[in-house]
Design a protein around this ligand. Structure first.
Ligand SMILES: [Zn+2]
Length: 67
């Protein structure tokens, strides 16, 4: 398996600090069967370098949706 990733800009919902994080994302072409019972598409843990809080986010190209 090859490592895929992207730099994502992540604005901390806790302290509004802007962090640039490297996130691993799945390869874009799914020709093989994928694990359909996993709904985490490139979801990763990101830690704010300012306040140290950890969040889960989804990397989609250069966007990061933190929830
Ligand atoms: Zn923060």
């Amino acid at each position: 398996m090859s490592d895929y990733g992207s730099n994502a800009r992540f604005i901390c919902p806790n302290c509004q600090a802007v962090n640039v994080v490297w996130l691993s994302v799945p390869e874009p072409d799914y020709t093989a069967e994928k694990m359909s019972d996993m709904d985490s598409e490139g979801e990763d843990e990101v830690t704010c370098t300012s306040c140290g809080e950890t969040f889960m986010g989804s990397a989609q190209d250069l966007c990061l949706i933190v929830r």
